[in-house]
Design a protein around this ligand. Structure first.
Ligand code: CA
Ligand code: CA
Length: 398
């Protein structure tokens, strides 16, 4: 078909041209010696006027065609352009003044909360604390009514250091001097006043997610960026976070139900971390959430992601919204107060969390958490001034 079409398009114009050339050029081949002087003159006048008439006719036709085309264009129903709405006119991704990339998350609807009941969850994660499950129920419909931009990556140590330098901000850890939970030299969990985002207790680079950040510190970062750019930056709501994490999926992780499928998408407690913690175990709980005293081997993933501690942000593959590290690497603060029973009374549209509380929500788990904790539905949090080694965040821009 392509060859036939191609030939038709070439031949037709050539045929048309040859006829016109022959008609116009034939008088130039006349032999003037066999005619009187008057005849050629009359012929030339005739041809001259004929040319004028033809040109006039052509102009008339052209003018008529233009008028008809304009009339047709005016009378035709207007087709809606593809990017008619203000929302769709927004770019899919932006890079802000500190080099942070944000992707546009479309408005939409999703089912928020755990996909599975208690039995199914405990069968899949026998080490899970059952007391942490009711907060994930009931699964309920949530509508995110406005698109928003979300940081493609967790806020990095480098970006956070830029904030500290430019804003002259002192983090909660510097102000209250209280110890923070991290890891000792032998991998043991310890509390120390020496931990800092830039001195977490393991080798860290500027492109790693920042840790030891309190909710207050994260909000201060957003406020600084808002002032700097004249745009509204904030933490995501818990609903926005889960909506963005799931990215249209309904499984335990945005990669599916099998934790091993997180390899290649997330920095988790993988085989590389297992090598640093031989013999590590986890507690087993009874149905009421009390420790039974029994311990089982820590459920490290059998795959390798290459990082026993934090990994550079964006090292692995993103979810369907183009967001990286939504599972693992660092926990991510959300704007909401934490409500244990909030899901039972959450509004459908743009839930903001309870009006008051004692803890703020954090989501997504970190490099040192179990597959149970890395699930989309997992909810946790801490007081606004609390911060541990794996506590970070990402931002939203309205
Ligand atoms: Ca890892
Ligand atoms: Ca994360």
């Amino acid at each position: 078909m392509r060859i036939g079409d191609h030939r038709v398009n070439q031949i037709q114009p050539q045929g048309g041209c040859s006829i016109k050339v022959k008609t116009k050029s034939s008088p130039r081949t006349c032999d003037a010696s066999k005619r009187s002087l008057l005849v050629p003159c009359l012929n030339r006048f005739h041809l001259f006027f004929e040319e004028i008439i033809m040109q006039s006719k052509a102009r008339c036709w052209t003018l008529m065609l233009m008028v008809v085309s304009a009339a047709v264009a005016l009378s035709a129903p207007k087709e809606e352009p593809k990017f008619a709405s203000a929302d769709q006119a927004e770019p899919d991704a932006i890079t802000n003044s500190i080099g942070m990339k944000l992707v546009r998350i479309p408005a939409g609807e999703f089912m928020m909360g755990a996909e599975e009941d208690r039995d199914a969850t405990m069968a899949a994660f026998p080490y899970a604390d059952p007391a942490l499950l009711p907060r994930e129920w009931p699964r309920h419909k949530v509508r995110v009514t406005k698109p928003f931009y979300m940081g493609q990556h967790e806020v990095t140590l480098g970006q956070f250091m830029t904030f500290l330098r430019h804003a002259g901000y002192k983090i909660d850890a510097e102000r209250d001097g209280k110890p923070m939970t991290g890891y000792g030299k032998n991998g043991e969990i310890i509390e120390s006043t020496a931990f800092r985002p830039w001195a977490p207790g393991w080798k860290v680079e500027l492109d790693h997610p920042v840790g030891y950040v309190s909710w207050n510190d994260a909000v201060a970062f957003c406020d600084w960026l808002s002032r700097k750019e004249g745009k509204k930056y904030r933490l995501p709501t818990e609903a926005e976070w889960e909506y963005a994490c799931r990215a249209g999926t309904t499984s335990r992780y945005h990669t599916g139900n099998d934790p091993e499928e997180l390899i290649g998408f997330a920095n988790t407690a993988d085989a590389d971390r297992a090598a640093e913690f031989p013999g590590k175990t986890v507690d087993v709980f009874d149905k009421s959430g009390k420790k039974t005293g029994k311990q089982i081997p820590y459920p490290f993933l059998s795959g390798h992601d290459g990082y026993a501690w934090t990994a550079p942000v964006g090292r692995f593959r993103p979810n369907r919204f183009g967001l990286y590290d939504m599972h693992g690497n660092s926990w991510e603060w959300c704007s909401d107060w934490f409500g244990e029973d909030y899901y039972g009374k959450s509004p459908v549209e743009d839930p903001q969390g309870p009006p008051t509380g004692t803890s703020r929500v954090s989501r997504g788990g970190a490099f040192d958490n179990t597959p149970f904790t890395l699930r989309c539905a997992r909810r946790d949090g801490g007081t606004p001034e609390s911060r541990d080694c794996h506590d970070g965040f990402r931002v939203v821009r309205e």
